[in-house]
Design a protein around this ligand. Sequence first.
Ligand SMILES: *Cc1c(COP(=O)(O)O)cnc(C)c1O
Length: 250
Amino acid sequence: MSGTLPGGPHDDQRTGELAGALGRVHARIDAARAAAGRTGPDDPVCLVVVTKFFPAADVDRLAALGVRDIGENRDQEAAAKVADVVLRDRLTVHFIGQLQTNKVRSVVSYADVVQSVDRPKLARALGRAALEAGGELQVLVQVSLETDGAVGPDAGRGGVSMAAAPGLADLVAATDGLALRGVMAVAPLGADPARAFADLRRVRDGIQEQHPEATWMSAGMSGDLEAAVAAGATHLRVGTAILGSRPPHG
Ligand SMILES: *Cc1c(COP(=O)(O)O)cnc(C)c1O
């Protein structure tokens, strides 16, 4: 089944909402880049619009508005949605959620990037699936920024420890079918995002010394994108601020 391209009269209102929200987020990013002295063309910040819980028609509206990167966090929802997106060819699809190894074939069939690789077994499975699919998957190592004495394991967010991240990056870089691009993290609940993202930056910088191609730092969401830009994020993952609030996770 394929979706319909937006543009009819019923789409005007939603497309207008999305355009307005997208403009406000770009203005926040521009202001944060200016404040951080990051306005040069050699220092870009990529906006990944997180479309989870919203339909393929919204993805097409965003693509028509110029969005080039979208993020999804659940395989079942993402597989069906991406298949329905008419303007798929304009988009880079990032998988950003926790991933079980039995889902890797599905994920490599529609995702260009997996940002949430947090264990060796998953890296190896993704590499095999990518080779079978005849392509190369771009990969970020997801890092847990929990520090001792913090709120404890942040259930559902995942990530390899900061200490173990370089080893996992080495494994990804050595795995056929995978191209190491960098690191991703979510700021822990209750933590100072500036501190958390500074930790992530240090992890990325250490990995990049061994793997010069690992330039990406994916950090920052609707509530903390300014802190992420200040810390050097190259990719932001923004959902709510663009698409509106979504139902609570089930
Ligand atoms: C949902 C999600 C986001 C987007 O969060 P918002 O607060 O809606 O901007 C970013 N990263 C990950 C990993 C997510 O699951």
